[in-house]
Design a binder for this molecule. Structure first.
Ligand SMILES: Cc1ncc(COP(=O)(O)O)c(C=O)c1O
Length: 461
């Protein structure tokens, strides 16, 4: 295992306090000596109070989202889809400036006119990812079992093509990332829905995975597999809820999948953005069975905002699954973008301090949204996510119809993702992206609140 610098360990330490138990200890996502590593098993659900002194310890970047003037010079989807009077809080791009190590690696590539075909990097990107996985999730991976391609969508489609026969059912758990409904048919499969189930209100925020109001419905997955579905497309952490699945849930899922001789593709693109009050568990670590029947999809693209650079990873942990990925046409790997690979390698190896800063900014926004909604739109349903910068809002109380994003755009000039595109369970919901500045988030809620107040005034409510 690579030798790590002592300061790397120190800057990754998080101080975790549990005032009601008079306990102060350390926990974190990474360290060399075991101290500060995430717990192997979820901690006690009574840990209700944690606070972090990360900013007081050297090594965490202060990351501040860009302001609208700068953002509007971007040419990506988020900043070109709507006219300037619309605040775009829809697509999963974030407004943070590029991490400095990533920017320097890309500048250096431009300076040497390094813009040819991808070629071989002798495993540099795969090794960078495995070092990241080890520091953050204690995941001991063999770089030889990691292969790159263009993006996570391609990992999903190519993996499913190898795992299923045409017409086979593939289980998804709506409300879920909308392209899942299309990627499965693209791979020749048939979508089978096993919706997430609602959790009890009482447990909010009290566990290591956090309670975002939903959990995997293991009985529904089992029923779908028993009825003939051959694979599960898992979203872990789960978009749009920021739901971080617990080790127990994933282990139970792996037992069910194994019992039915099925397979799993685990989309873990949001994992690097797991918040400090949750613990991400890679599916391939939950059991021997999981290693034998699953392929995971990883990428630096969501956490480091590199989607346009096109680089993602097939990750396997068994001879069976590695052989299956090695059997893909070489073009699948060769279509990885060179800039994507350069940027991802830098992000995985040198992006930790920036990533900590981004997570801190997102956590501030997730709390700010709670406050803003309580003050301005108390009827809106919202649970703080435990991963990533996507939030799932129940606007059904506003009387804005099945797809409130249409009204939000028309009346509030705020672009949100349409809830129903995440599945039937998204009726009356929207997805709002908080990977933005405090000012933009505040303005967005202001606009929505004014639109809602206007609507109630008009309706005499
Ligand atoms: C769960 C999930 N999977 C996949 C993707 C798309 O990833 P890529 O751009 O690498 O295909 C996204 C994008 O937001 C996502 O949220």
């Amino acid at each position: 295992m690579a030798r790590r610098r002592k300061d790397d360990r120190i800057h990754r330490l998080r101080v975790v306090g549990c005032l009601d138990k008079g306990f102060v200890g350390t926990a974190g996502r990474a360290s060399a000596a075991g101290m500060g590593r995430p717990p192997a098993e979820p901690r006690s659900p009574v840990i209700a109070c944690r606070f972090h002194l990360r900013g007081m310890l050297s090594g965490m970047d202060r990351v501040v989202a860009q302001q609208l003037e700068q953002l509007r010079t971007r040419t990506s989807e988020k900043w070109t889809a709507y006219p300037p009077d619309v605040l775009p809080l829809f697509v999963a791009e974030s407004d943070f400036p590029l991490a400095a190590p990533v920017a320097s690696a890309l500048h250096a590539a431009i300076d040497r006119s390094d813009t040819g075909y991808i070629g071989h990097d002798h495993g540099a990107a795969a090794s960078a990812f495995t070092r990241f996985a080890d520091r953050h999730w204690r995941w001991d991976l063999d770089p030889a079992r990691v292969r790159s391609t263009t993006d996570v969508s391609v990992v999903i489609v190519e993996a499913l093509r190898r795992l299923i026969e045409p017409g086979d059912g593939v289980v998804i758990m709506p409300p879920v990332y909308p392209p899942f409904f299309e990627l499965i048919p693209e791979a020749g499969g048939r979508v089978v829905e096993a919706p997430l189930k609602r959790t009890a209100e009482a447990s909010t925020g009290s566990t290591d995975t956090g309670d975002v109001g939903y959990e995997i419905d293991l009985d529904a997955v089992e029923a779908a597999l028993a009825a003939g579905a051959r694979a599960v497309l898992l979203c872990s952490p789960h978009n749009p809820l920021g739901l971080v699945h617990s080790r127990e849930t994933l282990a139970a899922l792996s037992e069910i999948v194994e019992r039915h001789g099925a397979t799993v593709v685990s989309d873990e693109i949001h994992a690097p953005l797991t918040h400090t009050d949750a613990v991400f568990v890679p599916y391939l670590t939950v059991s021997d069975a999981a290693r034998e029947h699953a392929i995971a999809a990883h990428s630096a693209s969501k956490a480091f905002n590199l989607a346009g650079l096109k680089c993602a990873m097939f990750v396997t942990a068994s001879d069976r699954m590695s052989a299956l990925v090695r059997g893909l046409p070489p073009e699948v790997e060769e279509r990885t973008s060179l800039f994507g690979r350069i940027a991802s390698t830098a992000a995985f190896d040198h992006g930790d301090a920036w990533l900590d800063g981004v997570i801190a900014a997102i956590e501030r926004n997730r709390r700010l949204l709670t406050t803003l909604l309580a003050e301005r739109m108390p009827s809106v349903g919202y649970r703080e996510p435990r991963a990533s910068y996507l939030t799932w809002l129940d606007l059904s109380s506003l009387g804005w119809g099945d797809d409130p994003s249409v009204v939000a755009l028309q009346r509030a000039k705020v672009a949100l993702n349409s809830g129903p595109t995440f599945g039937r369970e998204g009726t009356g919901f929207v997805r709002l992206n908080i990977g933005c500045s405090v000012d933009v988030l505040t303005e967005a809620v202001d606009r929505l609140a004014r639109a809602a107040a206007g609507a109630s005034a008009r309706s005499g409510a």
